[in-house]
Design a binder for this molecule. Structure first.
Ligand code: SF4
Length: 346
């Protein structure tokens, strides 16, 4: 049996024309899968019976099943643990933002980047997710929202995993989201978040798709950044910033630098000054994220005064900066925490 959820129109058309069927049957099948979100071949009423029977006999539509669900007290954040056909599970989060429904999608099960503040990496990486599995996360939430007359408005590929080390699948997923036979999402409503895989930042810049790029920086100098993010030893900060600048120049999209604020670690005046020096003159903004306490680590979030001081210093020095709205703290919204609980239990 072959899973067809995640195939794009040309792959689906190749399959059906290989069966001796006309090309337009491919378009019809793709629309059932992605526009109408059909989960059964029998529902695909405008396909000939023989085609539906062959699909039933040879293909599957592998979607995701919910293993656990947490709802924040204010009802604005829903965190799901979704599992796939082999039992591997990942986290996907729905955040009801003032500008629409945003979802955070995982690109790998676990992660092997080893960022010191991240719960997703504690058990290493199990495997890359397929195009269909990233899409299945998206459709699971889109179908939930549809029941309330809503839809997914923006996507951040910022869940577990480093998307730029699962490059081909992630790119095919992004392109599929954009197709008119699918969700028809604008590239500008999609953000890819990376720990700084430099060669693939350049590659992405040359794809001709204006997705937003977000780069995890978290420290303004190499020594501390290497401690927090071991990938910095392979792709040092100066190269990451240079690649981020090139991405902005080529795509004309503002690059966002993520900066987790950890009390007494990366939140002092000198570090704010260094950050300003690094980003001066770049089409960039800084997203300050007061750290979500991770059960396995002993880090605290800075006081509100200290957070505001850091933000104001950047603003006063003409660096666009915002403090990320805190969402879902009561349901362990930090990446990987729900999955780890599930892994420890099982
Ligand atoms: S922050 Fe992202 S890249 Fe780093 S370990 Fe976690 S999931 Fe991986």
């Amino acid at each position: 049996m072959e899973n067809i959820f995640g195939k794009d129109l040309s792959q689906i058309t190749d399959m059906v024309t290989g069966w001796g069927l006309p090309k337009f049957r491919g378009k019809q099948l793709a629309e059932w899968l992605y526009k109408k979100s059909a989960i059964s071949f029998q529902d695909m009423q405008n396909l000939p019976k023989a085609m539906r029977q062959r699909l039933e006999a040879e293909c599957t539509i592998d979607r995701a099943a919910s293993v656990a669900k947490l709802e924040s007290g204010d009802g604005k954040t829903t965190k799901l643990l979704l599992s796939f056909s082999d039992g591997v599970a990942v986290e996907t989060v729905l955040m009801r933002q003032p500008y629409g429904n945003s979802i955070c999608v995982s690109s790998q099960a676990g992660c092997n980047m080893g960022c010191a503040f991240c719960a997703s990496t504690l058990h290493g990486m199990v495997r890359n997710l397929t195009v269909g599995e990233m899409l299945a996360q998206t459709y699971y939430i889109n179908d939930l929202l549809k029941e309330q007359g809503e839809k997914v408005d923006t996507i951040v590929i910022m869940g577990s995993g480093e998307p730029l080390t699962n490059y081909d699948n992630v790119l095919r997923y992004i392109r599929l989201l954009h197709e008119d036979y699918s969700l028809g999402m604008s590239y500008r409503s999609i953000t890819l978040s990376t720990s700084g895989i430099v060669p693939n930042i350049y590659r992405l810049a040359d794809e001709g798709i204006p997705v937003n790029l977000s780069i995890s920086l978290h420290a303004p100098e190499n020594e501390l950044r290497s401690e927090l993010m071991p990938i910095n030893r392979k792709y040092p900060m100066a190269d990451v910033i240079k690649a981020g600048k090139a991405y902005g120049d080529i795509t004309h999209r503002r690059v966002t630098y993520e900066y987790i604020l950890i009390d007494g670690v990366n939140d002092n005046l000198k570090q704010a000054q260094e950050l300003v020096q690094l980003l001066k003159g770049q089409l960039a903004s800084v997203n300050l994220i007061p750290i979500n306490p991770v059960a396995e680590k002993d880090w605290r979030r800075p006081s509100l005064a200290r957070i505001e001081f850091f933000e104001n210093y950047l603003l006063e020095h003409h660096i666009t900066a915002t403090v990320r709205r805190e969402m879902g703290n009561d349901i362990q919204a930090a990446c990987g925490q729900l999955r780890n609980k599930y892994i420890s239990k099982s």
